[in-house]
Design a binder for this molecule. Sequence first.
Ligand SMILES: NC(=O)CC[C@H](N)C(=O)O
Length: 384
Amino acid sequence: MKPPRCKRRLRARLLLEDGTRIEGCGFGATGVRVGEVVFTTNMVGYPEALTDPSFRGQILVYTHPMVGNYGVPDPRIKVHGIPAHYESDRIQVEGFIVTEETVPHHWASVKTLHEWLRESNVPGMSRVDTRALVKRLREKGVMMGVLAVYEEGEEPDWEELREVLEKSPRYDDIRYAELVSPTEPITHKPEGIEAKYHVAMLDCGVKYGILRNLLSRGFQVTRYPCNTPPEKLVDGYDGVVLSNGPGNPALLEKQIEIVRGLLEYRVPILAICLGNQLLALAHGAKIFKLKYGHRGPNKPVVDVTTGHCYITTQNHGYAIDAKSLEGTGLHVWFINPDDKTVEGLRHEKLPIVSTQFHPEASPGPWDTTWVFELYSKVIENSRG
Ligand SMILES: NC(=O)CC[C@H](N)C(=O)O
């Protein structure tokens, strides 16, 4: 097939681990990046997805065909001192692949998607049949890939790209959480409302949406580096939040040990996504890798205690082995009715609220934000 015509004289090549070669146009920065190629069924919400620290180390493919329509919002717009439309202070993905990168028309846009990626030094690829690419990832599973964006006439050799890919470490073997965790404690106070609770957070790469949800419900939050010992997280706090975060949870022995330590203090815990996985691992349960993950804002979960179904936002590539939970004290709370995997946990004795999905959504539906209110009730009850 002939390569597409490209604007800005920027072209792109994607080589997958299985040898698949895809030619497209480039946008954003020029350069070569290696990552795990994953897809999301988000329709909008690209500012949130691109800045979600849980996407660190991954090349993100959008299934929705047009991306960029509403441009890029102003990061200076804040709620409780946190950017309202972003999930962290930078683009986290290694690369971005879309069918069509569009010209924005929106009153709140301050730049185009192309400009944002360019100044962030992140390459983007467009004019690609993302349906064919996603089908391949769905059938073969997510795989490593190398994305090259270059000026017309400077195309990299496919063989060179294959060598780059072969020499690069694999996504599953890198402790990404340590790369996105803060180096010093950071405290966020709710603005304009009273702080009713003060929680410590083991921050393995928290999404700002989780902070916004906690702050707007009267939680003061102190974020700690992800290697902070449990003793520091319990004294003077009403509870501990285990954040979301990127990468293979089974590599995080230190964090699993910290969570095991926290359990001994019987503190009220809210765990989200990576936090949910660390909680399970700390109880001796097992994790496995999903073939192509759950990434998108339209993922159903069923509360097995009530039979109620909710539509949730999810972004995870690993899942908890339900059988391995037997005898740990943790019980399955939610399952994904599509593949029956575990989507949330409660403990038979300890004050724990834990979800694999994202109750803060961002982007996505707000149907499960009540999880944050449930956590405040758990704190109230544990105060006695
Ligand atoms: N969003 C998250 O916290 C992701 C958790 C973990 N890195 C996974 O992919 O399963």
